[in-house]
Design a protein around this ligand. Structure first.
Ligand SMILES: [Zn+2]
Length: 300
Protein backbone atom coordinates (compact mmCIF):
# COMPACT_ATOMS: atom_id res chain seq x y z
CA UNK A 1 0.00 0.00 0.00
CA UNK A 2 1.19 3.50 -0.80
CA UNK A 3 2.10 5.70 2.10
CA UNK A 4 -0.85 7.12 4.04
CA UNK A 5 -0.19 10.51 5.59
CA UNK A 6 -2.21 13.02 7.53
CA UNK A 7 -2.30 16.80 7.84
CA UNK A 8 -4.01 18.18 10.93
CA UNK A 9 -5.88 21.41 10.26
CA UNK A 10 -6.75 22.97 13.59
CA UNK A 11 -9.64 25.45 13.52
CA UNK A 12 -9.83 27.82 16.47
CA UNK A 13 -13.32 29.32 16.58
CA UNK A 14 -13.79 30.87 20.01
CA UNK A 15 -12.27 32.86 22.88
CA UNK A 16 -12.37 29.83 25.21
CA UNK A 17 -10.97 27.56 22.49
CA UNK A 18 -8.00 29.89 22.03
CA UNK A 19 -7.38 30.26 25.75
CA UNK A 20 -7.80 26.58 26.77
CA UNK A 21 -7.94 24.37 23.69
CA UNK A 22 -4.85 25.63 21.84
CA UNK A 23 -2.43 25.12 24.78
CA UNK A 24 -3.87 21.63 25.29
CA UNK A 25 -3.41 20.74 21.63
CA UNK A 26 0.12 22.16 21.64
CA UNK A 27 0.96 19.94 24.60
CA UNK A 28 -0.54 16.83 22.97
CA UNK A 29 1.09 17.44 19.58
CA UNK A 30 4.43 18.00 21.28
CA UNK A 31 4.26 14.75 23.20
CA UNK A 32 3.81 12.87 19.89
CA UNK A 33 6.27 14.98 17.92
CA UNK A 34 3.53 16.07 15.50
CA UNK A 35 3.34 19.44 13.72
CA UNK A 36 -0.03 20.92 12.82
CA UNK A 37 -1.53 23.94 11.04
CA UNK A 38 -3.60 26.30 13.22
CA UNK A 39 -6.22 28.71 11.84
CA UNK A 40 -7.22 31.49 14.22
CA UNK A 41 -10.41 33.51 14.59
CA UNK A 42 -8.95 36.97 15.06
CA UNK A 43 -11.85 39.27 15.98
CA UNK A 44 -14.90 39.13 18.25
CA UNK A 45 -16.37 35.90 19.62
CA UNK A 46 -20.05 36.19 18.69
CA UNK A 47 -20.79 32.50 19.26
CA UNK A 48 -24.08 33.29 20.99
CA UNK A 49 -25.45 34.67 17.72
CA UNK A 50 -25.03 31.23 16.17
CA UNK A 51 -28.08 30.24 18.19
CA UNK A 52 -30.20 31.98 15.56
CA UNK A 53 -29.28 29.15 13.19
CA UNK A 54 -31.79 27.04 15.12
CA UNK A 55 -34.47 29.05 13.35
CA UNK A 56 -32.92 29.23 9.89
CA UNK A 57 -31.09 25.96 9.30
CA UNK A 58 -32.84 22.63 9.42
CA UNK A 59 -30.77 20.14 11.38
CA UNK A 60 -28.85 22.67 13.45
CA UNK A 61 -30.84 22.13 16.65
CA UNK A 62 -30.50 18.35 16.25
CA UNK A 63 -26.74 18.73 15.86
CA UNK A 64 -26.46 21.04 18.86
CA UNK A 65 -28.28 18.52 21.03
CA UNK A 66 -26.56 15.45 19.57
CA UNK A 67 -23.11 16.90 20.18
CA UNK A 68 -24.11 18.28 23.58
CA UNK A 69 -23.06 21.78 22.54
CA UNK A 70 -23.77 23.49 25.88
CA UNK A 71 -21.20 21.31 27.63
CA UNK A 72 -18.68 21.52 24.75
CA UNK A 73 -18.77 25.27 24.36
CA UNK A 74 -19.78 26.34 27.85
CA UNK A 75 -22.65 28.62 28.75
CA UNK A 76 -20.62 31.85 28.52
CA UNK A 77 -19.55 31.12 24.95
CA UNK A 78 -23.16 30.45 23.99
CA UNK A 79 -24.15 33.91 25.25
CA UNK A 80 -21.30 35.92 23.66
CA UNK A 81 -22.69 38.51 21.27
CA UNK A 82 -26.19 38.29 22.75
CA UNK A 83 -26.53 38.56 26.53
CA UNK A 84 -22.79 38.99 27.04
CA UNK A 85 -20.61 41.38 25.00
CA UNK A 86 -18.39 39.57 22.46
CA UNK A 87 -14.80 39.33 23.75
CA UNK A 88 -11.97 39.98 21.27
CA UNK A 89 -10.11 36.74 20.66
CA UNK A 90 -6.61 37.13 19.16
CA UNK A 91 -5.76 40.43 20.87
CA UNK A 92 -6.59 38.81 24.22
CA UNK A 93 -4.12 35.96 23.67
CA UNK A 94 -1.31 37.13 21.36
CA UNK A 95 1.21 34.96 23.22
CA UNK A 96 -0.89 31.86 22.55
CA UNK A 97 -0.95 32.63 18.82
CA UNK A 98 2.79 33.20 18.79
CA UNK A 99 3.39 29.99 20.78
CA UNK A 100 2.13 27.90 17.86
CA UNK A 101 4.87 29.15 15.52
CA UNK A 102 7.51 29.23 18.25
CA UNK A 103 6.90 25.52 18.76
CA UNK A 104 7.31 24.78 15.07
CA UNK A 105 3.68 24.67 13.95
CA UNK A 106 2.07 26.72 11.21
CA UNK A 107 -0.49 29.43 11.79
CA UNK A 108 -2.94 31.10 9.45
CA UNK A 109 -6.14 33.13 9.47
CA UNK A 110 -9.55 31.52 10.00
CA UNK A 111 -11.57 34.74 10.01
CA UNK A 112 -12.35 38.03 11.71
CA UNK A 113 -15.87 37.14 12.95
CA UNK A 114 -16.65 33.43 12.58
CA UNK A 115 -20.42 33.74 12.97
CA UNK A 116 -20.77 36.74 10.63
CA UNK A 117 -18.75 35.02 7.90
CA UNK A 118 -20.46 31.66 8.25
CA UNK A 119 -23.99 33.03 8.34
CA UNK A 120 -23.79 36.07 6.07
CA UNK A 121 -20.89 35.77 3.62
CA UNK A 122 -23.22 34.93 0.73
CA UNK A 123 -24.95 38.32 1.08
CA UNK A 124 -21.83 40.42 1.78
CA UNK A 125 -20.93 43.03 -0.83
CA UNK A 126 -17.32 42.56 -1.99
CA UNK A 127 -15.97 45.41 0.16
CA UNK A 128 -17.42 43.76 3.28
CA UNK A 129 -15.76 40.44 2.43
CA UNK A 130 -12.48 42.30 1.88
CA UNK A 131 -12.92 44.07 5.23
CA UNK A 132 -13.44 40.78 7.11
CA UNK A 133 -10.32 39.25 5.55
CA UNK A 134 -8.30 42.48 5.73
CA UNK A 135 -8.99 43.15 9.42
CA UNK A 136 -8.12 39.57 10.34
CA UNK A 137 -4.90 39.53 8.30
CA UNK A 138 -3.78 42.92 9.55
CA UNK A 139 -4.12 41.88 13.21
CA UNK A 140 -2.45 38.55 12.41
CA UNK A 141 0.51 40.47 10.99
CA UNK A 142 0.70 42.71 14.07
CA UNK A 143 0.81 39.71 16.38
CA UNK A 144 2.93 37.28 14.33
CA UNK A 145 5.25 39.87 12.73
CA UNK A 146 4.66 38.49 9.26
CA UNK A 147 1.81 38.32 6.79
CA UNK A 148 -0.33 35.19 6.81
CA UNK A 149 0.51 32.73 4.06
CA UNK A 150 -2.76 30.84 4.29
CA UNK A 151 -6.42 31.22 5.24
CA UNK A 152 -9.21 28.72 5.90
CA UNK A 153 -12.82 29.87 5.67
CA UNK A 154 -15.23 29.30 8.58
CA UNK A 155 -17.72 26.54 7.92
CA UNK A 156 -16.07 25.87 4.52
CA UNK A 157 -18.06 28.86 3.26
CA UNK A 158 -16.70 30.77 0.24
CA UNK A 159 -17.81 33.07 -2.55
CA UNK A 160 -16.17 34.08 -5.82
CA UNK A 161 -15.36 37.37 -4.04
CA UNK A 162 -13.58 35.66 -1.16
CA UNK A 163 -11.52 33.55 -3.58
CA UNK A 164 -10.67 36.64 -5.64
CA UNK A 165 -9.51 38.54 -2.54
CA UNK A 166 -7.42 35.56 -1.44
CA UNK A 167 -5.85 35.42 -4.92
CA UNK A 168 -4.99 39.11 -4.66
CA UNK A 169 -3.24 38.49 -1.34
CA UNK A 170 -0.90 36.01 -3.03
CA UNK A 171 -1.40 33.39 -0.34
CA UNK A 172 0.56 30.15 -0.68
CA UNK A 173 -2.60 28.06 -0.41
CA UNK A 174 -6.03 28.05 1.25
CA UNK A 175 -8.07 25.35 2.92
CA UNK A 176 -11.65 26.43 2.32
CA UNK A 177 -13.45 23.32 1.14
CA UNK A 178 -14.19 19.63 1.43
CA UNK A 179 -12.83 17.27 -1.15
CA UNK A 180 -10.36 14.56 -2.06
CA UNK A 181 -7.04 16.14 -3.03
CA UNK A 182 -5.35 19.53 -3.61
CA UNK A 183 -6.79 21.47 -6.59
CA UNK A 184 -7.22 24.90 -8.16
CA UNK A 185 -10.83 26.10 -7.78
CA UNK A 186 -13.06 27.06 -10.71
CA UNK A 187 -16.34 28.80 -9.86
CA UNK A 188 -18.93 29.45 -12.55
CA UNK A 189 -16.29 28.88 -15.22
CA UNK A 190 -13.89 31.36 -13.59
CA UNK A 191 -10.51 29.94 -12.55
CA UNK A 192 -8.73 31.02 -9.38
CA UNK A 193 -4.99 30.71 -8.82
CA UNK A 194 -4.64 29.93 -5.10
CA UNK A 195 -4.19 26.23 -4.40
CA UNK A 196 -6.94 24.69 -2.29
CA UNK A 197 -6.10 21.88 0.12
CA UNK A 198 -9.49 20.44 1.08
CA UNK A 199 -10.48 18.69 4.28
CA UNK A 200 -10.88 15.06 3.20
CA UNK A 201 -12.51 13.49 6.27
CA UNK A 202 -15.58 14.38 8.36
CA UNK A 203 -15.12 16.39 11.55
CA UNK A 204 -15.77 14.82 14.96
CA UNK A 205 -18.96 16.80 15.52
CA UNK A 206 -20.36 15.45 12.23
CA UNK A 207 -19.92 11.80 13.15
CA UNK A 208 -20.12 11.54 16.95
CA UNK A 209 -23.42 9.92 17.91
CA UNK A 210 -23.99 8.51 14.41
CA UNK A 211 -23.45 4.93 13.20
CA UNK A 212 -22.16 3.71 16.55
CA UNK A 213 -19.31 6.23 16.61
CA UNK A 214 -18.63 7.68 20.05
CA UNK A 215 -15.77 9.39 21.84
CA UNK A 216 -14.31 5.98 22.84
CA UNK A 217 -13.97 4.63 19.28
CA UNK A 218 -13.76 7.67 16.99
CA UNK A 219 -9.98 7.22 16.71
CA UNK A 220 -10.60 3.83 15.07
CA UNK A 221 -13.02 5.41 12.61
CA UNK A 222 -10.32 7.86 11.56
CA UNK A 223 -7.63 5.22 11.13
CA UNK A 224 -9.98 2.96 9.12
CA UNK A 225 -10.99 5.90 6.90
CA UNK A 226 -7.48 6.94 5.85
CA UNK A 227 -6.82 6.58 2.13
CA UNK A 228 -3.47 6.34 0.37
CA UNK A 229 -1.65 9.63 -0.01
CA UNK A 230 -2.77 12.85 1.70
CA UNK A 231 -5.60 12.91 4.25
CA UNK A 232 -6.64 16.20 5.84
CA UNK A 233 -8.44 16.07 9.17
CA UNK A 234 -9.95 19.28 10.56
CA UNK A 235 -10.04 19.32 14.34
CA UNK A 236 -11.38 22.06 16.60
CA UNK A 237 -9.66 23.65 19.59
CA UNK A 238 -13.02 23.52 21.38
CA UNK A 239 -13.48 19.78 20.81
CA UNK A 240 -10.22 17.86 20.37
CA UNK A 241 -8.45 20.43 22.56
CA UNK A 242 -11.03 20.24 25.31
CA UNK A 243 -14.30 18.28 25.32
CA UNK A 244 -12.95 15.18 23.53
CA UNK A 245 -9.25 15.64 24.26
CA UNK A 246 -8.78 11.99 25.37
CA UNK A 247 -10.18 10.86 21.99
CA UNK A 248 -7.64 13.06 20.21
CA UNK A 249 -4.76 11.64 22.23
CA UNK A 250 -5.97 8.11 21.43
CA UNK A 251 -5.96 9.01 17.74
CA UNK A 252 -2.41 10.38 17.88
CA UNK A 253 -1.29 7.19 19.63
CA UNK A 254 -3.12 4.90 17.19
CA UNK A 255 -1.71 6.73 14.16
CA UNK A 256 1.81 6.61 15.57
CA UNK A 257 1.50 2.86 16.20
CA UNK A 258 0.17 2.36 12.66
CA UNK A 259 3.16 4.24 11.21
CA UNK A 260 1.06 7.10 9.84
CA UNK A 261 3.20 10.09 8.86
CA UNK A 262 2.07 13.62 9.71
CA UNK A 263 2.67 16.60 7.44
CA UNK A 264 1.75 20.27 7.75
CA UNK A 265 -0.52 21.85 5.17
CA UNK A 266 2.47 23.76 3.77
CA UNK A 267 4.29 20.48 3.24
CA UNK A 268 1.14 19.08 1.61
CA UNK A 269 1.01 22.17 -0.64
CA UNK A 270 4.64 21.77 -1.67
CA UNK A 271 3.93 18.15 -2.66
CA UNK A 272 0.85 19.14 -4.70
CA UNK A 273 2.66 20.06 -7.92
CA UNK A 274 0.26 17.93 -9.99
CA UNK A 275 -2.88 19.68 -8.70
CA UNK A 276 -5.52 20.21 -11.40
CA UNK A 277 -8.31 22.78 -11.79
CA UNK A 278 -11.58 21.46 -10.36
CA UNK A 279 -15.03 22.92 -10.09
CA UNK A 280 -15.81 24.25 -6.61
CA UNK A 281 -19.48 23.47 -6.00
CA UNK A 282 -21.95 24.08 -3.20
CA UNK A 283 -23.30 21.09 -1.34
CA UNK A 284 -23.90 19.45 2.00
CA UNK A 285 -22.22 16.70 3.99
CA UNK A 286 -23.91 14.29 6.42
CA UNK A 287 -24.02 15.54 9.99
CA UNK A 288 -23.56 19.26 9.26
CA UNK A 289 -26.37 21.73 8.70
CA UNK A 290 -26.09 24.18 5.81
CA UNK A 291 -24.17 24.43 2.56
CA UNK A 292 -20.44 24.35 2.09
CA UNK A 293 -17.81 24.46 -0.64
CA UNK A 294 -17.02 21.03 -2.08
CA UNK A 295 -14.45 19.96 -4.68
CA UNK A 296 -16.23 18.95 -7.90
CA UNK A 297 -15.04 17.36 -11.12
CA UNK A 298 -11.84 18.21 -12.97
CA UNK A 299 -12.20 21.07 -15.45
CA UNK A 300 -10.74 20.89 -18.93
ZN1 LIG B 1 -14.33 27.36 12.40
Amino acid sequence: MRDRYVALKIDVDTFAGTRDGVPNILEDLESFGVKGTFYFSMGPDNSGKAIRRIFTRPGFLKKMLRTNAPSVYGIRTMLYGTLLPPPMIASSFPEILRATELRGHEAGVHCWDHVEWHDHLQSFPKHRTALEIGQACSLFEDIMRHRPFSTAAPGWTVTADSLEIQDAMELSYCSDSRGESPFYPVVGGRPFKTLQIPTTLPTADEILGENGINSSNIHEFYLNSLKEGLNVITIHAELEGNAIRPSFVRMLKLFRNAGIRFVTLSEAASEASGALPCRLVTGTVPGRAGNMAIQGEIVG
